[in-house]
Design a binder for this molecule. Structure first.
Ligand SMILES: *[C@@H]1O[C@H](CO)[C@@H](O)[C@H](O)[C@H]1NC(C)=O
Ligand SMILES: *[C@@H]1O[C@H](CO)[C@@H](O)[C@H](O)[C@H]1NC(C)=O
Ligand SMILES: *[C@@H]1O[C@H](CO)[C@@H](O)[C@H](O)[C@H]1NC(C)=O
Ligand SMILES: *[C@@H]1O[C@H](CO)[C@@H](O)[C@H](O)[C@H]1NC(C)=O
Ligand SMILES: *[C@@H]1O[C@H](CO)[C@@H](O)[C@H](O)[C@H]1NC(C)=O
Ligand SMILES: *[C@@H]1O[C@H](CO)[C@@H](O)[C@H](O)[C@H]1NC(C)=O
Ligand SMILES: *[C@@H]1O[C@H](CO)[C@@H](O)[C@H](O)[C@H]1NC(C)=O
Length: 675
């Protein structure tokens, strides 16, 4: 019962390997085979026989475990032992990590013992050592040799040879086969990683050993590669083992056997390639057609992406380029990054434009980091000259603190541009409340509050701060209103600083036409008194709701000072009050402000009150002195006409005199070269 079971088991295993004492077996893969292995030889889980792996200078053997009888026993009729015919075929592959370079090779062997422990690895193929085989230690080998060893008279590094008791082949030929059709020789590379089949056939009667090699897809060629006459009866012992031997040297190589069949006294059973195990993949994955398309495409995309990134960074660098010099380090905290200002104002979009003044455009912005609302003024500056002083002054101005000053937060420099960052004022500039007849207006209390605020800021600038600050551009459009309608003097782009006790220097004349003190045009020297003059004009502006110079019909110009002065002389000064107030005002206050305006706008700078006195007059702690009857208005208009200014004059570049005409804008900025 048990033996039957065993038989069943054996016959089941025989699917893959059939082995019996009849000297015939077939291994379609070695998963179920009971091979005797030693050294590096191992059967992989998929049934692949790996004779070597990558271990340095080691050998590997695999034998069919059952010894075979190769000799016909002497009989009573014939006492001479005769070697039996046999036939074997196997499929192998030499897989190296490097193309065309592999280790020693492998061999089909017939030996009387499976104990080849004395054999050497490397070029000895695990078959022998430096000593040739002897009568007692015989070995028949068919070598598939991939290294040329001159010591063994190898013909090349890709040959098949028949060896008997020696590593020197009795016969060897380059690997290849003869085509059945034309008989031509076709070379094969043993280490090409391709599957190949070998047939070894021995004819006992004819004493002829044939070796045939072919690629796996080619049927057994009729003409063998090697055909050697050899009488194995003198060589064979009884019994003998059959198997494979291989050795590793230094090159990373696998020697694989995929299938093997053997038969005594007859042709070996054919191998079914579909049943053989597959080779593990070594080296680069074979490139698919898809890859041929995808790879160039991916490369092109990558190159394009890199270009885009590089372009983006260059563009960004250019777009956000700033000018920064060493001397600016001390102003570091006041310096804004252009990128931040660019982001804050949405790239200086028109929808964020608050206004355009004489020296540049003002944009509203929200700083990305602090979400602080700011006004950014872009001032173009053509010349590098004087920029250092200018920035130094700006930074000083940034230290001014007064509730009636629009805080200058900092600056940024670009190639031909300066950006000034101010606190943002919700209610905009005062001029739109004065001149925009359809827009919102201010009542007298609010106007008086604005006037006092600006007077107070002027006192701070002229007298109370550590240096004298001359604003140089006091006018209604530079007065901003915060959320509580407090007046704040802004736009310090033209401001000048002097130490107390020092005299103002002569510079080019800047300011706005109509607000320029007469002596400023003569001497080019900005002083607190010139600021007071402009403040005087500003006072008249606020009360009368008119611009300092207005064009009338017939091309005449109305100069506000002259007009108010005339009404003052005629005793009808209250007629100058803005009709927009609809008579709702404090007569005393209005009178004070108008008289003070005329006093401040007095042509003689010595007659003008100081900022402190102005404060006192407005607080009514001191009464405004009566204007002297000799007060003769210096007709700004006449001057302008003499000089030919009916134009808008601004610096571009700073030190050159240039003239632009802006029609319909009565706010006129003048800049003359004062030298
Ligand atoms: C090679 O085979 C030997 C013996 O089977 C084993 O110890 C070694 O880990 C193997 N090396 C590799 C790289 O597979
Ligand atoms: C495998 O072969 C060995 C001899 O090499 C033998 O002792 C053993 O019984 C065999 N095993 C099987 C399952 O055939
Ligand atoms: C014995 O067999 C061999 C080979 O088959 C043959 O050459 C020889 O003549 C035979 N000897 C006798 C005595 O028949
Ligand atoms: C193989 O032969 C050597 C002596 O040549 C011996 O020492 C060793 O034990 C043998 N190994 C086996 C497995 O029989
Ligand atoms: C070489 O092999 C032979 C057997 O073929 C053995 O007798 C001899 O000891 C071996 N020599 C060395 C140096 O291993
Ligand atoms: C081994 O055998 C070959 C002939 O097959 C012979 O030329 C060579 O000299 C022999 N080497 C040794 C060491 O006996
Ligand atoms: C060996 O090859 C020759 C042709 O070269 C052929 O005549 C002979 O039958 C072959 N022998 C065997 C055993 O295949």
């Amino acid at each position: 019962m048990l033996s039957l079971f065993l038989l069943l088991l054996l016959s089941l295993g025989g699917e893959m390997a059939s082995s019996a004492d009849d000297g015939q077996f077939t291994y379609q893969g070695f998963a179920a085979a009971n091979l005797t292995l030693d050294g590096l030889a191992t059967v992989l889980p998929n049934g692949l026989l790996a004779l070597t792996n990558f271990t340095y200078q080691t050998k590997g053997h695999a034998f069919h475990p059952v010894p075979l009888r190769f000799l016909n026993k002497p009989t009573s009729t014939n006492t001479t032992a005769v070697a039996r015919s046999f036939s074997t075929s196997f499929v192998f592959a030499v897989v190296s990590r490097y193309d065309g370079l592999s280790d020693q090779g492998l061999a089909f062997v017939v030996t009387p013992t499976m104990n080849l422990s004395t054999a050497n690895a490397g070029q000895y193929l695990g078959l022998l050592n430096a000593t040739n085989g002897t009568a007692s230690n015989r070995i028949l080998a068919v070598e598939l040799d991939t290294i040329m060893n001159p010591e063994f008279s190898d013909i090349n590094s890709n040959h098949v040879g028949i060896n008997v008791n020696s590593l020197m082949s009795r016969q060897a030929k380059p690997a290849g086969y003869y085509g059945d059709d034309d008989g031509a020789f076709r070379g094969l590379m043993l280490n090409s990683r391709k599957l190949m089949q070998v047939w070894v056939d021995y004819d006992g009667q004819g004493r002829q050993l044939n070796v045939t090699l072919a690629p796996i897809q080619v049927p057994k060629p009729r003409k063998p590669l090697l055909s050697e006459v050899i009488d194995l009866s003198t060589f064979m012992e009884d019994p003998m083992y059959v198997g494979f031997s291989s050795s590793s040297g230094v090159v990373f190589t696998h020697h694989y056997v995929l299938g093997w069949s053997f038969s005594l006294d007859g042709p070996s059973p054919p191998l079914h390639f579909s049943k053989l195990p597959t080779l593990p993949r070594v080296g680069p994955k074979p490139r698919s057609k898809l890859l041929d398309v995808v790879l160039p495409l991916a490369t092109a995309l990558l190159v394009a992406a890199v270009l885009v990134v590089v372009f983006f960074f260059v563009w960004r660098r250019h777009r956000y380029a700033e000018v920064r010099e060493d001397w600016e380090d001390e102003f570091g905290p006041h310096r804004f990054a252009y990128k931040d200002l660019f982001c804050a104002t949405d790239g200086f979009k028109d929808k964020n434009l608050l206004g355009a003044g004489g020296f540049g455009k003002v944009y509203k912005g929200v700083l990305p980091a602090s979400s602080l609302e700011v006004a950014v003024k872009r001032v173009s500056h053509g010349s590098r000259q004087g920029v250092r002083e200018f920035v130094a002054e700006l930074v000083s101005i940034g230290r001014l603190r007064h509730r009636n000053l629009a805080q200058l937060l900092g600056y940024c420099r670009r190639k031909s541009e300066l950006l000034l960052v101010y606190d943002y004022m919700e209610n905009g500039s005062l001029d739109k409340y004065l001149y925009n007849k359809n827009g919102p207006s201010l009542n007298w209390q609010e106007r008086y509050w604005v006037i006092k605020g600006i007077a107070s800021s002027l006192l701070y600038l002229h007298e109370d701060w550590e240096q004298i600050v001359i604003h140089r551009d006091i006018k209604a459009s530079n007065v901003l209103l915060d959320s509580q309608m407090n007046a704040r003097l802004g736009d310090f782009g033209l401001a000048r600083l002097y130490d107390h006790g020092m005299d103002g220097q002569t510079t080019h004349v800047v300011g706005t036409m109509g607000y320029l003190a007469p002596e400023l045009l003569r001497t080019g020297k900005a002083t607190p008194a010139t600021d007071i003059f402009a403040f005087g004009v500003f006072l008249l502006e606020v009360v009368c709701g008119r611009r300092p110079v207005e064009s009338e019909k017939h091309g005449n110009k109305m100069v506000l000072i002259d007009w108010v002065l005339e009404h003052h002389r005629n005793g009808s000064i209250l007629d100058t009050v803005d009709p927009g107030l609809m008579g709702k005002f404090d007569i005393q206050e209005v009178t004070i402000v108008l008289k003070l305006g005329l006093l401040c706008a007095h042509p003689s700078p010595n007659t003008r009150p100081s900022a402190r006195k102005v404060m006192q007059y407005l607080d009514r702690s001191r009464s405004v002195p009566n204007l002297s009857p000799t007060y003769i208005s210096y007709s700004t208009l006449a001057l302008m006409q003499n000089e030919g200014f009916d134009s808008y004059i601004m610096p571009c570049p700073l030190f050159a005199k240039s003239v632009h005409t802006v029609s319909g804008d009565s706010s006129v900025t003048v800049l003359l070269d004062g030298r």
